[in-house]
Ligand binder design. Structure first.
Ligand SMILES: Nc1ncnc2c1ncn2[C@@H]1O[C@H](COP(=O)(O)OP(=O)(O)O)[C@@H](O)[C@H]1O
Ligand SMILES: [Mg+2]
Length: 345
């Protein structure tokens, strides 16, 4: 039921006009092309896919930094997909976005204290004391020393800046946080501390989160549920456990096989599948299943029929693939590769 969800997205599309009208090269870029999502209260949904698959565009639509071409976005039961900026104001405090690069998203001329307090100021909280108390609490919650308040962003490390971005995002207690590649610009050693902080804040404050990343291991660490995106569509979505235990879509299987595995014994057992070719352009979408040009197991039907995202193996496990059928198990893309190798020897 959508009433229980903090966010419900149906049929979301965002098309851009690319190229040049003058040169006659104008074309439609289908960045997001029919996406359904839901996020329950207190849930972290990981949105994962290669660069260019449309993840950031989903994040920008959901936070209404941009207006979708079509579809509905329900935040706390209210459709915000077509609201004007003025009409959005009452709901602005309920959703906050955190970006990849905390340096470019933090105003370099403001102190850390001013940056964290800014959402309170925008909300019209004029009492200096009230704002100071809010900032002190958020510095504490994000593991920053109180004296950071008078510093400027350039004096902080990348990890500290992302802590500031989280403090600022959460000071108004939004119901939904959209985090777009929030650790991708950080050293691997710092990533874990920021992910752990986000989990801790989520447990303490209870917000929902749309966590966007191209990195499957990051998404595996943080998410309750995962949606795999390919060329503007969700191709598979289910709980984290199920996705890693029983990946169905050939694209998900390929992503998983390429992800680093901490356990060497597991890594040996998992055959690496390298996807052929690059991600096709969102301006020249393949017909049929949009993954068929890179799919190791595609059949004729995949080149003509666009598969719907449906529950095949379980109601909470949706897959968009013609080859996934009840009782048959997922298509084994590594078996196909082994057969290929046998033929060539
Ligand atoms: N403002 C824009 N104008 C034209 N094309 C865009 C714009 N923003 C994104 N795109 C295109 O939309 C597709 C999806 O981009 P994006 O949402 O940034 O993907 P991701 O975050 O998964 O890397 C890409 O092909 C990108 O070039
Ligand atoms: Mg992006």
């Amino acid at each position: 039921m959508s009433a229980e969800n903090v966010l419900t997205v149906r049929g979301l599309t965002k098309h851009y006009l690319g190229g040049s009208r003058l040169r006659g090269t104008q074309h439609v870029v289908r960045a997001v092309d029919g996406v359904d999502l839901r996020i329950a209260a207190g849930e972290i949904l990981g949105l994962v896919g290669e660069s260019g698959s449309g993840k950031s565009t989903v994040g920008r639509c959901v936070t209404r930094l941009t207006t979708p071409t079509s579809g509905t976005i329900e935040l706390l039961g209210k459709d915000i997909s077509r609201r004007s900026q003025r009409q959005l104001r009452p709901l602005r405090r309920e959703v906050h976005i955190v970006f990849q690069d905390p340096y470019s998203s933090l105003n370099p001329r403001m102190t850390i204290g001013e940056i964290i307090a800014e959402p309170l100021r925008q909300q019209g909280i004029r009492s200096r004391r009230e704002r100071d108390l809010g900032v002190a609490e958020m510095l504490e919650r994000t593991g920053l020393r109180q004296e950071m308040r008078t510093r400027y962003p350039h004096e902080l490390s990348g990890g500290q800046r992302q802590r500031v971005a989280l403090a600022r995002a959460l000071i108004r207690r939004p119901r939904l946080v959209v985090a777009d590649e929030p650790v991708s610009a950080l050293d691997v050693s710092v990533q874990a501390s920021i992910l752990n902080l986000l989990l801790e804040l989520q447990r303490d404050l209870g917000f929902s989160c749309l966590f966007i990343s191209h990195d499957l291991s990051v998404v595996e660490f943080i998410s309750d549920r995962i949606a795999v995106m390919y060329l503007g569509r969700i191709v598979e979505t289910t709980s984290r456990e199920r996705l890693f235990r029983e990946p169905q879509h050939p694209y998900t299987q390929a992503l998983l096989s390429a992800a680093p595995v901490p356990d060497p014994a597991l890594a040996r057992g998992r055959e690496r599948v390298i996807l052929r070719g690059d991600l096709p352009s969102a301006a020249a979408m393949p017909a049929g299943c949009r993954f068929h040009t890179r799919c190791p197991v595609a059949v004729d039907r995949c080149r003509t029929d666009d598969p719907a995202l449906v529950g095949v193996t379980a109601p909470d496990h949706l897959v968009a693939c013609h080859l996934v059928e009840p009782g048959r198990g997922a298509p084994d893309i590594t078996a196909v590769r082994r057969a290929d190798a046998d033929h060539s020897t």
